[in-house]
Design a protein around this ligand. Structure first.
Ligand code: AAL
Length: 378
Protein backbone atom coordinates (compact mmCIF):
# COMPACT_ATOMS: atom_id res chain seq x y z
CA UNK A 1 0.00 0.00 0.00
CA UNK A 2 1.29 3.43 -0.91
CA UNK A 3 1.19 5.96 1.97
CA UNK A 4 1.78 9.60 1.23
CA UNK A 5 4.18 11.59 3.41
CA UNK A 6 1.58 14.34 4.20
CA UNK A 7 -0.79 11.71 5.67
CA UNK A 8 1.96 10.35 7.95
CA UNK A 9 2.64 13.91 9.12
CA UNK A 10 -1.04 14.41 9.89
CA UNK A 11 -1.19 11.24 12.05
CA UNK A 12 1.93 12.40 13.88
CA UNK A 13 0.35 15.77 14.60
CA UNK A 14 -2.89 14.18 15.90
CA UNK A 15 -0.91 11.80 18.15
CA UNK A 16 1.13 14.67 19.60
CA UNK A 17 -1.91 16.86 20.25
CA UNK A 18 -3.79 13.92 21.88
CA UNK A 19 -0.98 13.33 24.35
CA UNK A 20 -0.73 17.08 25.05
CA UNK A 21 -4.45 17.06 25.84
CA UNK A 22 -4.41 14.10 28.20
CA UNK A 23 -5.45 14.60 31.78
CA UNK A 24 -2.50 15.72 33.90
CA UNK A 25 -1.31 13.47 36.72
CA UNK A 26 -2.71 15.86 39.34
CA UNK A 27 -6.51 16.15 39.04
CA UNK A 28 -7.21 19.83 38.27
CA UNK A 29 -9.56 21.57 40.69
CA UNK A 30 -11.08 23.61 37.89
CA UNK A 31 -12.45 22.06 34.72
CA UNK A 32 -9.54 21.84 32.24
CA UNK A 33 -10.12 23.27 28.75
CA UNK A 34 -9.51 20.01 26.90
CA UNK A 35 -12.05 17.65 25.41
CA UNK A 36 -13.72 15.68 28.22
CA UNK A 37 -15.69 12.47 28.38
CA UNK A 38 -19.28 12.74 29.58
CA UNK A 39 -18.21 11.31 32.91
CA UNK A 40 -15.50 13.92 33.43
CA UNK A 41 -17.82 16.71 32.26
CA UNK A 42 -20.17 15.59 35.00
CA UNK A 43 -17.35 15.57 37.49
CA UNK A 44 -16.96 19.32 36.97
CA UNK A 45 -20.44 20.42 35.95
CA UNK A 46 -22.53 18.11 38.12
CA UNK A 47 -23.86 18.88 41.56
CA UNK A 48 -21.46 16.63 43.43
CA UNK A 49 -18.26 17.98 44.92
CA UNK A 50 -15.27 16.09 43.42
CA UNK A 51 -14.57 14.35 46.74
CA UNK A 52 -17.00 13.46 49.55
CA UNK A 53 -14.73 15.20 52.06
CA UNK A 54 -15.29 18.50 50.21
CA UNK A 55 -19.03 18.01 50.22
CA UNK A 56 -21.05 19.58 53.03
CA UNK A 57 -23.97 17.29 52.27
CA UNK A 58 -21.96 14.08 52.39
CA UNK A 59 -22.09 11.93 55.50
CA UNK A 60 -21.91 8.39 56.64
CA UNK A 61 -24.23 7.22 59.41
CA UNK A 62 -23.54 5.66 62.78
CA UNK A 63 -26.19 3.76 64.76
CA UNK A 64 -26.61 3.30 68.52
CA UNK A 65 -29.19 1.13 70.25
CA UNK A 66 -31.63 3.14 72.34
CA UNK A 67 -31.96 2.43 76.03
CA UNK A 68 -35.26 2.33 77.91
CA UNK A 69 -37.68 0.72 75.39
CA UNK A 70 -39.04 -2.80 75.91
CA UNK A 71 -39.76 -5.12 72.95
CA UNK A 72 -41.15 -8.29 74.63
CA UNK A 73 -37.93 -10.11 73.74
CA UNK A 74 -38.47 -9.15 70.10
CA UNK A 75 -41.29 -11.65 69.66
CA UNK A 76 -43.02 -9.37 67.14
CA UNK A 77 -45.89 -8.33 69.40
CA UNK A 78 -44.42 -4.90 70.16
CA UNK A 79 -43.24 -2.62 67.41
CA UNK A 80 -42.03 0.96 67.30
CA UNK A 81 -41.38 2.56 63.94
CA UNK A 82 -41.59 5.63 61.72
CA UNK A 83 -40.39 8.20 64.26
CA UNK A 84 -41.25 11.87 63.92
CA UNK A 85 -38.65 14.58 63.90
CA UNK A 86 -37.09 15.03 67.33
CA UNK A 87 -37.88 18.32 69.04
CA UNK A 88 -36.43 19.89 72.18
CA UNK A 89 -38.97 21.41 74.57
CA UNK A 90 -39.20 21.85 78.36
CA UNK A 91 -35.53 20.82 78.77
CA UNK A 92 -35.89 17.45 77.03
CA UNK A 93 -36.10 15.80 73.63
CA UNK A 94 -39.44 14.46 72.36
CA UNK A 95 -40.11 11.89 69.67
CA UNK A 96 -43.43 10.41 68.48
CA UNK A 97 -43.73 7.10 66.68
CA UNK A 98 -46.03 4.33 65.50
CA UNK A 99 -46.58 1.94 68.40
CA UNK A 100 -48.16 -1.47 67.98
CA UNK A 101 -48.76 -3.91 70.82
CA UNK A 102 -50.86 -6.83 69.58
CA UNK A 103 -51.35 -10.46 70.60
CA UNK A 104 -49.56 -11.67 67.45
CA UNK A 105 -47.12 -10.29 64.91
CA UNK A 106 -48.67 -9.06 61.61
CA UNK A 107 -50.17 -11.79 59.42
CA UNK A 108 -51.14 -10.04 56.15
CA UNK A 109 -54.46 -8.47 55.12
CA UNK A 110 -56.24 -11.80 54.41
CA UNK A 111 -55.73 -12.92 58.03
CA UNK A 112 -56.40 -9.58 59.67
CA UNK A 113 -59.11 -9.43 62.34
CA UNK A 114 -60.09 -6.87 64.97
CA UNK A 115 -57.08 -8.02 66.98
CA UNK A 116 -54.67 -9.53 64.43
CA UNK A 117 -52.73 -6.90 62.50
CA UNK A 118 -52.27 -7.08 58.73
CA UNK A 119 -49.05 -5.08 58.67
CA UNK A 120 -46.54 -3.79 61.17
CA UNK A 121 -48.32 -0.40 61.22
CA UNK A 122 -51.85 -1.86 61.43
CA UNK A 123 -53.82 -1.62 64.74
CA UNK A 124 -51.30 0.98 65.85
CA UNK A 125 -51.38 4.17 67.87
CA UNK A 126 -49.07 7.16 68.07
CA UNK A 127 -46.99 7.07 71.21
CA UNK A 128 -44.19 9.28 72.44
CA UNK A 129 -41.03 9.17 74.50
CA UNK A 130 -38.77 11.79 76.04
CA UNK A 131 -35.06 11.88 76.75
CA UNK A 132 -32.48 14.10 78.38
CA UNK A 133 -29.57 12.92 76.23
CA UNK A 134 -31.05 11.35 73.08
CA UNK A 135 -29.80 7.85 74.04
CA UNK A 136 -31.95 6.81 77.02
CA UNK A 137 -35.66 7.30 76.43
CA UNK A 138 -38.63 7.15 78.75
CA UNK A 139 -41.82 6.00 77.05
CA UNK A 140 -44.63 8.34 78.05
CA UNK A 141 -47.53 6.38 76.53
CA UNK A 142 -50.14 7.20 73.96
CA UNK A 143 -50.32 10.65 72.39
CA UNK A 144 -52.91 9.96 69.69
CA UNK A 145 -55.14 6.88 70.08
CA UNK A 146 -57.22 5.25 67.38
CA UNK A 147 -60.50 7.18 67.34
CA UNK A 148 -63.75 5.24 67.77
CA UNK A 149 -65.51 3.92 64.66
CA UNK A 150 -66.59 5.32 62.24
CA UNK A 151 -64.06 8.13 62.55
CA UNK A 152 -61.24 8.23 60.02
CA UNK A 153 -58.26 6.34 61.36
CA UNK A 154 -60.31 3.97 63.54
CA UNK A 155 -58.34 0.98 62.20
CA UNK A 156 -54.89 2.47 62.74
CA UNK A 157 -53.07 5.76 63.20
CA UNK A 158 -49.41 5.79 62.26
CA UNK A 159 -46.38 7.56 60.88
CA UNK A 160 -46.72 10.90 62.61
CA UNK A 161 -44.72 14.07 62.32
CA UNK A 162 -44.74 17.24 64.34
CA UNK A 163 -45.08 20.93 63.50
CA UNK A 164 -44.61 23.78 65.94
CA UNK A 165 -46.38 26.88 64.67
CA UNK A 166 -46.99 30.08 66.61
CA UNK A 167 -46.37 28.36 69.95
CA UNK A 168 -48.76 25.45 69.37
CA UNK A 169 -48.14 21.86 68.28
CA UNK A 170 -49.69 20.08 65.31
CA UNK A 171 -49.32 16.37 64.60
CA UNK A 172 -49.88 15.06 61.06
CA UNK A 173 -50.31 11.32 60.59
CA UNK A 174 -51.72 8.51 58.48
CA UNK A 175 -55.27 7.46 59.33
CA UNK A 176 -56.36 4.00 58.17
CA UNK A 177 -60.01 2.97 58.09
CA UNK A 178 -59.27 -0.53 56.75
CA UNK A 179 -56.38 -2.93 57.36
CA UNK A 180 -53.34 -1.80 55.42
CA UNK A 181 -52.90 -4.18 52.48
CA UNK A 182 -56.61 -4.65 51.77
CA UNK A 183 -56.11 -3.02 48.36
CA UNK A 184 -52.80 -1.28 48.85
CA UNK A 185 -51.47 0.80 51.68
CA UNK A 186 -54.24 3.37 51.31
CA UNK A 187 -54.85 6.23 53.69
CA UNK A 188 -55.16 9.99 53.89
CA UNK A 189 -53.43 12.37 56.32
CA UNK A 190 -55.16 13.47 59.51
CA UNK A 191 -54.15 16.07 62.10
CA UNK A 192 -54.40 16.59 65.86
CA UNK A 193 -53.29 19.66 67.79
CA UNK A 194 -52.20 20.55 71.33
CA UNK A 195 -50.90 23.47 73.35
CA UNK A 196 -48.15 21.30 74.93
CA UNK A 197 -46.02 18.48 73.47
CA UNK A 198 -47.34 16.38 76.36
CA UNK A 199 -50.87 16.83 75.02
CA UNK A 200 -53.75 16.39 75.37
CA UNK A 201 -54.17 16.20 71.60
CA UNK A 202 -57.44 17.17 69.94
CA UNK A 203 -58.23 15.31 66.74
CA UNK A 204 -59.89 17.29 63.96
CA UNK A 205 -61.22 13.99 62.53
CA UNK A 206 -60.90 15.47 59.05
CA UNK A 207 -58.65 14.79 56.11
CA UNK A 208 -56.06 17.55 56.02
CA UNK A 209 -54.13 16.44 52.89
CA UNK A 210 -56.59 14.84 50.50
CA UNK A 211 -55.74 12.05 48.09
CA UNK A 212 -55.19 13.06 44.47
CA UNK A 213 -57.88 12.86 41.82
CA UNK A 214 -58.50 9.54 40.02
CA UNK A 215 -55.62 8.49 37.79
CA UNK A 216 -53.15 10.91 39.36
CA UNK A 217 -49.95 9.79 41.06
CA UNK A 218 -51.17 10.27 44.66
CA UNK A 219 -54.73 9.03 44.22
CA UNK A 220 -54.50 6.20 46.75
CA UNK A 221 -52.13 7.13 49.52
CA UNK A 222 -50.69 10.17 51.17
CA UNK A 223 -47.96 8.87 53.46
CA UNK A 224 -45.20 10.12 55.72
CA UNK A 225 -46.44 13.73 56.15
CA UNK A 226 -43.43 15.85 57.08
CA UNK A 227 -43.92 19.55 57.88
CA UNK A 228 -41.21 22.23 57.96
CA UNK A 229 -41.54 26.00 58.12
CA UNK A 230 -40.00 27.65 55.06
CA UNK A 231 -40.58 30.98 53.33
CA UNK A 232 -43.15 31.93 55.96
CA UNK A 233 -45.34 28.94 55.16
CA UNK A 234 -45.85 25.32 56.16
CA UNK A 235 -44.01 23.15 53.65
CA UNK A 236 -45.37 19.64 54.15
CA UNK A 237 -43.65 16.89 52.17
CA UNK A 238 -45.28 13.50 51.69
CA UNK A 239 -44.80 10.23 49.89
CA UNK A 240 -47.15 8.50 47.51
CA UNK A 241 -47.05 5.37 45.37
CA UNK A 242 -47.56 5.26 41.62
CA UNK A 243 -49.58 2.40 40.10
CA UNK A 244 -50.15 0.17 43.13
CA UNK A 245 -48.84 -3.18 44.23
CA UNK A 246 -47.02 -5.17 43.05
CA UNK A 247 -45.43 -2.36 41.02
CA UNK A 248 -45.17 0.49 43.47
CA UNK A 249 -42.97 3.39 42.49
CA UNK A 250 -42.49 5.71 45.38
CA UNK A 251 -41.94 9.44 44.98
CA UNK A 252 -42.44 12.50 47.14
CA UNK A 253 -44.61 15.55 46.80
CA UNK A 254 -45.01 18.92 48.49
CA UNK A 255 -48.13 20.63 49.82
CA UNK A 256 -47.96 24.12 51.33
CA UNK A 257 -50.28 26.04 53.62
CA UNK A 258 -50.44 29.27 55.57
CA UNK A 259 -52.28 27.66 58.44
CA UNK A 260 -51.80 24.24 60.09
CA UNK A 261 -55.49 23.45 59.50
CA UNK A 262 -55.00 24.09 55.77
CA UNK A 263 -56.01 24.40 53.08
CA UNK A 264 -52.88 22.70 51.73
CA UNK A 265 -52.05 23.36 48.10
CA UNK A 266 -50.19 20.63 46.28
CA UNK A 267 -47.27 21.87 44.26
CA UNK A 268 -47.99 21.81 40.50
CA UNK A 269 -44.56 20.26 39.89
CA UNK A 270 -45.26 17.24 42.14
CA UNK A 271 -43.63 14.80 42.57
CA UNK A 272 -40.66 16.93 43.59
CA UNK A 273 -38.43 13.98 44.56
CA UNK A 274 -38.28 10.96 42.28
CA UNK A 275 -36.94 8.59 44.95
CA UNK A 276 -36.97 7.80 48.64
CA UNK A 277 -39.51 6.09 50.83
CA UNK A 278 -40.17 7.82 54.11
CA UNK A 279 -39.68 11.61 54.10
CA UNK A 280 -36.63 13.23 55.74
CA UNK A 281 -35.80 16.85 54.91
CA UNK A 282 -34.25 19.83 56.68
CA UNK A 283 -33.47 23.50 56.07
CA UNK A 284 -29.94 23.88 54.71
CA UNK A 285 -28.42 27.30 53.98
CA UNK A 286 -31.11 29.13 51.98
CA UNK A 287 -32.77 25.94 50.71
CA UNK A 288 -33.99 22.50 51.74
CA UNK A 289 -31.97 19.28 51.83
CA UNK A 290 -33.54 15.82 51.52
CA UNK A 291 -32.40 12.32 52.34
CA UNK A 292 -33.51 10.02 49.50
CA UNK A 293 -33.23 6.77 51.32
CA UNK A 294 -34.69 3.44 50.23
CA UNK A 295 -36.45 3.39 46.87
CA UNK A 296 -36.01 4.72 43.37
CA UNK A 297 -33.21 5.48 40.94
CA UNK A 298 -31.78 8.09 43.26
CA UNK A 299 -31.94 6.13 46.49
CA UNK A 300 -28.90 6.51 48.73
CA UNK A 301 -28.50 10.17 47.83
CA UNK A 302 -28.66 13.42 49.71
CA UNK A 303 -30.27 16.13 47.65
CA UNK A 304 -30.51 19.89 47.78
CA UNK A 305 -32.91 22.45 46.39
CA UNK A 306 -32.65 26.23 46.49
CA UNK A 307 -36.43 26.56 46.63
CA UNK A 308 -37.73 23.41 48.35
CA UNK A 309 -39.10 22.26 45.00
CA UNK A 310 -36.33 21.62 42.47
CA UNK A 311 -33.92 19.08 43.96
CA UNK A 312 -30.54 17.93 42.65
CA UNK A 313 -28.28 15.18 43.93
CA UNK A 314 -25.68 16.68 46.26
CA UNK A 315 -24.05 13.51 47.58
CA UNK A 316 -24.15 9.75 47.23
CA UNK A 317 -23.90 7.71 50.40
CA UNK A 318 -24.80 4.34 51.96
CA UNK A 319 -26.47 2.69 54.97
CA UNK A 320 -28.86 5.59 55.32
CA UNK A 321 -31.26 5.79 58.29
CA UNK A 322 -34.67 4.36 57.36
CA UNK A 323 -37.60 6.62 58.18
CA UNK A 324 -35.19 9.10 59.74
CA UNK A 325 -36.61 11.68 62.11
CA UNK A 326 -33.75 14.11 62.68
CA UNK A 327 -33.32 16.63 65.45
CA UNK A 328 -33.54 19.88 63.48
CA UNK A 329 -33.03 22.90 65.76
CA UNK A 330 -34.25 25.26 63.03
CA UNK A 331 -37.09 23.16 61.58
CA UNK A 332 -39.74 25.71 62.52
CA UNK A 333 -37.84 29.00 62.79
CA UNK A 334 -38.28 29.94 59.13
CA UNK A 335 -34.50 30.18 58.91
CA UNK A 336 -32.79 31.58 55.85
CA UNK A 337 -29.53 29.99 56.96
CA UNK A 338 -30.34 26.36 57.75
CA UNK A 339 -27.60 24.74 59.82
CA UNK A 340 -28.27 21.06 59.08
CA UNK A 341 -28.43 18.02 61.34
CA UNK A 342 -26.14 15.78 63.40
CA UNK A 343 -28.48 13.11 64.81
CA UNK A 344 -31.97 11.75 65.07
CA UNK A 345 -34.07 8.63 65.50
CA UNK A 346 -34.71 6.11 62.70
CA UNK A 347 -35.94 2.52 62.59
CA UNK A 348 -34.72 -0.91 61.68
CA UNK A 349 -37.27 -3.45 60.45
CA UNK A 350 -36.76 -7.16 60.99
CA UNK A 351 -37.71 -7.93 57.37
CA UNK A 352 -38.43 -5.44 54.62
CA UNK A 353 -41.89 -5.14 53.10
CA UNK A 354 -45.32 -6.36 54.17
CA UNK A 355 -43.82 -9.25 56.05
CA UNK A 356 -42.04 -7.04 58.53
CA UNK A 357 -42.48 -8.75 61.85
CA UNK A 358 -41.65 -5.73 63.98
CA UNK A 359 -39.43 -2.67 63.97
CA UNK A 360 -37.16 -1.03 66.52
CA UNK A 361 -36.20 2.59 66.98
CA UNK A 362 -32.52 3.46 66.86
CA UNK A 363 -30.39 6.55 67.17
CA UNK A 364 -28.39 7.69 64.16
CA UNK A 365 -25.55 10.19 64.10
CA UNK A 366 -24.25 11.98 61.04
CA UNK A 367 -22.34 15.05 59.93
CA UNK A 368 -24.75 17.07 57.86
CA UNK A 369 -24.30 20.19 59.92
CA UNK A 370 -22.54 23.40 58.94
CA UNK A 371 -21.61 23.83 62.59
CA UNK A 372 -19.33 20.80 62.86
CA UNK A 373 -16.11 20.04 60.99
CA UNK A 374 -15.17 16.76 59.31
CA UNK A 375 -14.33 15.20 62.67
CA UNK A 376 -17.74 16.11 64.05
CA UNK A 377 -16.27 18.81 66.31
CA UNK A 378 -17.85 22.23 66.86
C1 AAL B 1 -43.55 3.18 56.25
C2 AAL B 1 -44.11 4.50 55.74
C3 AAL B 1 -45.61 4.50 55.91
C4 AAL B 1 -46.23 3.32 55.21
C5 AAL B 1 -45.74 2.23 56.09
C6 AAL B 1 -46.02 2.79 57.44
O1 AAL B 1 -42.25 2.96 55.97
O2 AAL B 1 -43.74 4.75 54.41
O3 AAL B 1 -45.87 4.21 57.27
O4 AAL B 1 -47.62 3.40 55.24
O5 AAL B 1 -44.33 2.07 55.82
Amino acid sequence: MKIHTPIIALFFLIACSASAQSFPYKLPKEKPSIPLSTSMERNYDGYLAPEPKDNELYSQFKYTELKGLDYNNHDGTISRRDPSKVIFENGKYYVWYTYRHTATPPKGAASATETIPSADWDLAEIWYATSKDGFTWKEQGVAIPRPPKPNLGHRSVSTADILKWKGKYYMYYQGFSEPSGTRGDDCPVLMSYATSPDGPWTATNKIVIPNGAKDTWDQYSIHDPYPLVYKGKIYLYYKSDFVGRPNLVRMQGLATAEDPFGPFTKNPLNPVLNSGHETTLFPFKTGIAALSIRDGNEHNTIQYSEDGINFNIAAITELMPDAAGPFIPDAFTDTKDGRGITWGISHFTSVNGWDTNHAVLTRFDCDLSLDVDDQGMK
